[in-house]
Design a protein around this ligand. Structure first.
Ligand code: ZN
Ligand code: ZN
Length: 211
């Protein structure tokens, strides 16, 4: 698996590019602003983008989505339907943070709990993990032992639940699901450094007692 990431925009959102080395198929997880670095990598590795996957629809995670869809129009935008109102509100939400967001293109694919996304040999499973937002999704690649946790779980912390649509009890239930993954699963979050399930079980105060 090829995995590249870069923090982008005022909220240092981690956009991820993952690709299957055998098939050269690729996916972008959370399209933050500024797609030039993605385009360079995709061209240099001759990748074909087959999905634009979204963990959720907060403004920092969709900031570059319109631009990415223009560049890779064949790749469907995939988002859980529980994010629809946040998605539609993103341009206004962006204005409140002084960010300009292009009108967002329509969602092509509504993610369902457990849905599988094949990117060549890579198999990403969608785990519905509400709490930070109602339709939040974490993407899990079992063979690669990799979890893209969005704003569910960070190194040493968890996602906020005090924003519209947030729910603390729900995020704790969602964390209990990912806490049961193998401890050596690497966790790539929406913000901050990568970590692992085992490290978070030991060090993250919110995960204590969840296993
Ligand atoms: Zn968020
Ligand atoms: Zn975020």
């Amino acid at each position: 698996m090829l995995l590249e990431s870069k923090p982008v925009g005022p909220f240092a959102l981690n956009t991820y590019l993952i690709a299957c080395r055998e098939s050269s198929k690729a996916a972008i997880i959370d399209s933050g602003g500024g797609a030039d670095w993605l385009a360079r990598l995709i061209e240099a590795n001759q990748l074909e983008v087959v999905y634009l996957l979204q963990t959720h629809a907060h403004v920092d995670h969709v900031n570059g989505l319109a631009e990415n869809k223009r560049r890779w129009p064949k790749a469907p935008i995939a988002l859980h339907p529980g994010e629809q109102s946040l998605y539609q509100g993103a341009p206004i939400q962006g204005m409140m943070f002084g960010m300009h967001i292009d009108t967002l293109p329509p969602v092509d694919l509504e993610i369902a709990q457990g849905q599988i996304f094949e990117i060549g040999e890579l198999v990403l499973r969608a785990i519905h993990t509400p709490g930070h937002t109602p339709g939040h999704i974490a993407f899990y690649e079992e063979k690669q032992k990799t979890l893209f946790s969005g704003d569910l779980l960070f190194a040493g912390s968890i996602g906020r639940t005090d924003l519209p649509g947030g729910d603390f009890d729900q995020i704790m239930e969602s964390l209990a699901i990912v806490a049961k993954l193998p401890q050596d699963v690497r966790v790539y979050s929406g913000h901050g450094s990568p970590t692992s399930i085992g490290t978070e079980l030991r060090q993250n105060p919110f995960l204590r007692g969840l296993r």
